[in-house]
Design a binder for this molecule. Structure first.
Ligand code: TYD
Length: 213
């Protein structure tokens, strides 16, 4: 039975997830709470290999192949990193998790949600985040904030009409959040990173109260 705390961050490109993970990790570590931060896809040798493939190779991928590859990375990450850390009672911060697959491969790419859920379940054994922080931003604003050049993720999605795709992803996130309001904290990513970080901490601090350093 896991005793730690599992927090995931979700949001579109340019929403500031990685900055917030850094801030939150620092806050936890300052309080001597054992914490680990990981990202998807990645975090294990298999995950890093799949990340390279998904991000940089030009091998054509069907939506279903994509669904399985993201979940192959996830299965290994859960088994090797997330589950053991939770069993040790640690806080795990994960940059994207199953909700990304529902939003991108489900709402974005059009795979039926029940099918995405079934594959997610196979990869995670049913592990669910205790808290999911969604940094909400319109695709237009997200694009404007991005500094990195487009990778293969982006190029694959682009063929489908990038703005429409990202609108569907955003709508998907909002629907997922409205279905489970107690698990989700939705924040306006246009707020300053300092303010977003304050709101995140306000929600997380009581949850880590029970975790001893
Ligand atoms: P990444 O370069 O990690 O950037 P960021 O998380 O900051 O956006 O890109 C990950 C990409 O993979 C992103 O476009 C979303 C996509 N993705 C999926 O389509 N499905 C998934 O299950 C996951 C985990 C990610």
């Amino acid at each position: 039975m896991p005793t730690g705390l599992f927090i995931t961050l979700e949001g579109g490109d340019g929403s500031g997830k990685s900055t917030q993970i850094k801030f939150l990790l620092r806050r936890l570590q300052t309080r001597h709470i054992n914490s680990v931060a990981v990202r998807e896809p990645g975090g294990t040798p298999l995950g890093n290999g799949l990340r390279q493939l998904l991000k940089f190779s030009d091998i054509p991928l069907s939506p279903e192949a994509e669904l399985l590859l993201f979940n192959a990375s996830r299965a290994q990450l859960v088994a090797d990193v997330i589950q053991p850390a939770l069993e040790r009672g640690e806080v795990v911060l994960c940059d994207r998790f199953t909700d990304s697959t529902l939003a991108y491969q489900g709402y974005g790419r059009g795979i039926p949600l029940e099918r995405v859920e079934a594959v997610n379940m196979a990869a995670t054994g049913g592990l669910k985040p205790d808290l999911t922080i969604f940094l909400d931003l319109s695709p237009e604003e997200g694009m404007g904030r991005r500094s990195t050049t487009r990778d293969r993720f982006e190029q694959r999605f682009e063929q489908k009409g990038i703005m429409d795709f990202h609108q569907r992803v955003r709508k998907g996130y909002l629907e997922l959040a409205s279905k489970e309001p107690e698990r989700w904290l939705t924040l306006d990513a246009r707020l300053s990173s300092r303010e977003v970080s304050r709101l995140i901490w306000r929600r997380v601090e009581p949850l880590v109260g029970g975790i001893r350093p």
